[in-house]
Design a protein around this ligand. Structure first.
Ligand code: CP
Length: 306
């Protein structure tokens, strides 16, 4: 019996395959039925210490669609953090005002810290370059919807694999689904050693590449990511890799007709707008899937009965 009531959603490392499938099935229910009053009287606090469009707005929308309400801030400059209040004290306050917290923060591990302090469930909306679990859940949901399955696919993750938290979360999750994994990045932005070692320990086969052209005919899911300018300690290093991958229509001439191109968004220049009208482009649909997934996560951690 899977019971998420009161659970924190911090890292894909914490979720079993069975639990992931349960969340995806709950998201399917959310698409089939409206559940207008499911979270009536519940309050979600959204604490965004870093910018966000999709994560913040889709959590707000999901909560409101289920009859709940939201409080929070989207600019830490308007919170008492600017007066010197610690994350510890902020969480000790906010937990008294709400039933669950979604937090995005620039520091790796901050979501785990918040969860250790809070008496209400904490959902990680992205902590530094570490993890972004609800993004990965909606990525998996999109893969399942577009390919009919997750297992046994060839998934290629491309771009900034060093600093991209969505890439890290997704690689961890896919290790449970018997997928073929390819990591495509400039040499300076390779998938971190820790994640590669975890995959090796689990006997998950993966390959690393510096370009996509040779392997594109075999790929089922091409997951492109933005070069994370804000995480580079030296802006000159960003300048050297910022145009490493610009995906455009000619690249796809040898692709499978069923290939789907995903991206957590926002994009900068890594996918041209020419791609938007192709049958490969699935990134806007992917962002839309943030609603059923975040409804499911909220309903589950708040112990709602469907
Ligand atoms: N994918 C994602 O996390 O987007 P935002 O930064 O806009 O929330």
């Amino acid at each position: 019996m899977i019971n998420f009531k009161g659970k924190n959603i911090i890292s894909m490392h914490d979720l079993s395959k069975q639990e992931i499938i349960h969340i995806l099935k709950t998201a399917e229910c959310m698409e089939k039925k409206k559940y207008y009053d499911l979270l009536k009287g519940k309050i979600l606090a959204t604490l965004f210490f870093e910018p966000s469009t999709r994560t913040k707005l889709s959590f707000h929308s999901a909560m409101k669609q289920l009859g709940g309400s939201t409080i929070g801030f989207s600019d830490a400059q308007t919170s008492s953090t600017t007066k010197g209040e610690s994350l510890h004290d902020t969480i000790r306050m906010v937990e008294q005002y709400c039933d669950a917290i979604v937090m995005r923060h620039p520091l790796d591990g901050s979501a785990r810290l918040a969860a250790e302090i809070a008496s209400v469930p904490v959902i990680n909306g992205g902590d530094g370059k570490n993890q972004h679990p609800t993004q990965t859940l909606l990525d998996l949901y999109t893969i399942k919807k577009t390919q009919g399955k997750i297992s046994k696919l060839h998934v290629a993750i491309l771009g900034d694999l060093k600093y991209g938290r969505t890439a890290h979360s997704l690689a961890t999750a896919l290790s449970l689904f018997d997928c073929k994994l390819s990591f495509i990045s400039p040499p300076s932005l390779r998938m971190p050693r820790q994640i590669c070692d975890e995959l090796t320990e689990k006997n998950i086969h993966f390959t690393e590449h510096e370009s996509v052209e040779k392997i594109i005919p075999d790929i089922d899911i091409l997951y492109s990511t933005r070069i994370q300018r804000e995480r580079f300690p030296d802006p000159r290093e960003y300048e050297m890799v910022k145009n490493a991958f610009i995906l455009d229509t000619p690249l796809f001439k040898n692709a499978k007709p069923t290939l789907k191109l995903l991206h957590p968004l926002p994009r900068v220049n890594e996918i041209t707008t020419n791609m938007d009208a192709t049958p490969y482009a699935s990134y806007f649909e992917q962002a839309g899937n943030g609603i059923p997934i975040r409804k499911a996560v909220l309903a589950l951690v708040l112990g709602a009965k469907l």
